[in-house]
Design a protein around this ligand. Structure first.
Ligand SMILES: Cc1ncc(C[n+]2csc(CCOP(=O)(O)OP(=O)(O)O)c2C)c(N)n1
Ligand SMILES: [Mg+2]
Length: 571
């Protein structure tokens, strides 16, 4: 089985400076300086919504040689979610430029999401002028304190002369382990002012070297384990450790579960991918090695097994940086640092041990995967009327190319996708991550279309989620960005309706207008779409959507009673 990885953007070399400047030296207004630093860090697109406070950024983009692409949207959340998704997809920090006050506050949810998911992004905010500060100028808001608790770094660059260094610091912090969002704002009077200085040198930058003794201890635990499971998460992709991860899985013969952007690290259908046997794997393991993802609610807070008096699994946490290692879980061992070094180091250390015969454990999990796959088949082919949401995936999955980007924005409808879509490559699955913010979808789709120009981009939308950002279909249309949107329209906030029924026996605030023609909304905005009520029409509608070359919404009317079977509410 071959593992090909999408070619990520590499940070530009330091000699990729705008022409017309002396090598390494640059002068201009603060917007030009900020754009030059962003470009030196590999940024190709600026996501924004207009406001005079940030005009210098636009002028900097327009006057750069070549100009930097400006992608203007209809809500700042979309700009910030697009920057977040760009960071996730390209592993180069995305750039959002938000005007002062409400522009910045509209971006806060996306910044928080990036902080939770470890997504590299830089948000440049406009800011009321310093020379009038305190006099009550328009949108005079001190923004860094608002953003500080949801970002790696949030600061004002007080003068034009601080912009070169401050922007370099911002991009460096956002793009190094543990990655995340960085916010800077520049007072308007200083944004228009000029300065000069040296463009920074941008290096490739890898994480810290891991402690080799810790790696040896983990290798000893793994070698002694009869029933190990490896969990591979978002940071394995973010830290560019995908090749090392698959090598460890295959050469050490370790059954693996993937989550977040880690989905696809072990391709769907691989004999050692046991995500479909998740319960049996995590419940029956004697050792769970979790790499590149926090031990949060998605992983039972780091407690595995231990039912009916059984001994819980020992847990090892491997993180890209020391601050990410769990402090709440009971760990048998841990290590942090550059994940390729850790995973390759583990494999090398394992070669010094005998490997126990684990064929019964692995074979049992593979049987469970086969059983689950068989059971899924019935749901995927469901002929029920109204349509069962699973049937949408029965039709979609066979139509996905290996390099497809699949984005989830919704509740139950997206949970079904998590169950049925097993990507063939890492870096092509975008879910909201542990922050779980509805409304990220259109921004992520815009980013994906730009980052992966020749790949299928599929946006899975709940009808509730769609309400947060569907107006940004206008952005797709204006910028000529075709995306296939597939909606599971159950006329409800399904993921809330079911649990409320379960807890109270009734529900309120959970119904949406019945069978709304969101496809007609998309058409009115200049895209295309259709409504589907017959399960046999889903496939042909998807074919039309993929062939259309325009933003296209397949509005599938689904059964509100076909709730996703879930064991926890994540709280
Ligand atoms: C911004 C935001 N508001 C509210 C929620 C709570 N929430 C989580 S899932 C969900 C329902 C989503 O409904 P829909 O998109 O229609 O998907 P469905 O569950 O019906 O498939 C809600 C309201 C959230 N996660 N994010
Ligand atoms: Mg819904």
């Amino acid at each position: 089985m071959t593992q090909t990885t999408p070619d990520p953007q590499q940070p530009a070399s330091p000699d990729a400076h705008p022409e017309g400047h002396l090598e390494g030296h640059i002068e201009g207004h603060a917007g030009q300086l900020a754009v030059a630093v962003a470009r030196a860090h590999g940024v190709e697109t600026m996501f924004t919504l207009s406001g005079a406070h940030v005009f210098p950024m636009y002028d900097g983009a327009v006057k750069a040689d070549p100009p930097m692409r400006l992608l203007d949207v209809r809500h700042e959340q979309t700009a910030a979610f697009a920057a977040e998704a760009t960071g996730k997809l390209t592993r180069v920090p995305g750039l959002a430029v938000l005007t002062a006050g409400p522009g910045v506050t509209n971006g806060v949810s996306a910044i928080a999401q990036a902080q939770f998911a470890g997504s590299p992004m830089v948000v440049v905010g406009g800011r009321a002028p310093q020379n009038r500060w305190g006099s009550g100028s328009l949108q005079e808001l001190d923004q860094p304190p608002i953003v500080a608790s949801v970002s790696k770094l949030a600061r004002t660059l007080p003068t034009a002369g601080d912009v070169l260094g401050g922007m370099h610091e911002a991009f460096s912090a956002a793009g190094s382990s543990h990655r995340g969002p960085v916010f800077v704002d520049v007072p308007m009077d200083e944004f228009f002012a000029s300065a000069s200085g040296s463009l920074p040198t941008v290096g490739a930058g890898r994480g810290e070297a891991p402690d080799t003794d810790a790696i040896d201890r983990i290798a000893a635990l793994l070698a002694a384990s009869e029933r190990p499971v490896l969990v591979l998460g978002t940071d394995v992709w973010a830290d560019r450790a995908e090749v090392a991860a698959l090598r460890l899985v295959e050469e050490a013969g370790l059954p693996a579960i993937t989550n977040g952007m880690g989905r696809g690290l072990v391709p769907g259908g691989h004999p050692l991918l046991v995500t479909k046997a998740r319960g049996a794997a995590l419940g029956g393991a004697d050792l769970v090695v979790v790499v590149g993802t926090p031990l949060d609610f998605r992983l039972g807070y780091g407690v595995f097994g231990g039912k009916d008096g059984a001994t819980p699994a020992r847990v090892v946490h491997v993180a890209d940086s020391a601050g990410q290692v769990s402090t709440h879980a009971d760990l048998a061992a841990s290590v942090s640092g550059d994940l390729t070094s850790v995973l390759d180091g583990l494999l090398a250390a394992l070669e010094r041990h005998d490997r126990p015969d684990r064929s019964a454990w692995v074979g049992g999990l593979q049987d469970t995967v086969r059983g689950a796959t068989e059971r899924d088949r019935a749901l995927l082919g469901a002929e029920a009327d109204p349509i069962h949401p699973a049937r949408v995936y029965g039709e979609l999955v066979p139509r996905l190319a290996d390099d497809a980007v699949v984005i989830g924005d919704g509740g139950d409808f997206v949970s079904f996708a998590g169950k049925f879509v097993e990507p063939q490559r890492p870096g092509g699955w975008l879910d909201p991550g542990p922050y779980g913010c509805l409304g990220a979808g259109l921004g992520a789709a815009i980013a994906a279309r730009i980052a992966r120009p020749s790949a299928q981009v599929v946006l899975l939308l709940g009808d509730g989620a769609a309400g947060f950002s569907l107006m940004d279909v206008d952005t797709l249309v204006r910028h000529g960005l075709p995306v296939v949107m597939v909606m599971g329209n159950n006329s409800a906030w399904g993921l809330e309706k079911g649990p409320m029924q379960m807890l109270y026996g009734y529900d309120v605030a959970a119904d949406l207008a019945p069978q709304t023609r969101y496809d007609e909304v998309v058409r009115a905005l200049g895209g295309a779409g259709e409504r589907v009520t017959d399960p046999r029409q889903i496939g042909p509608a998807l074919d039309r959507a993929f062939a259309s070359g325009v933003p296209y919404l397949v509005n599938v009317i689904t059964d509100v009673d076909a709730a996703y079977p879930r064991a926890t509410f994540g709280i």
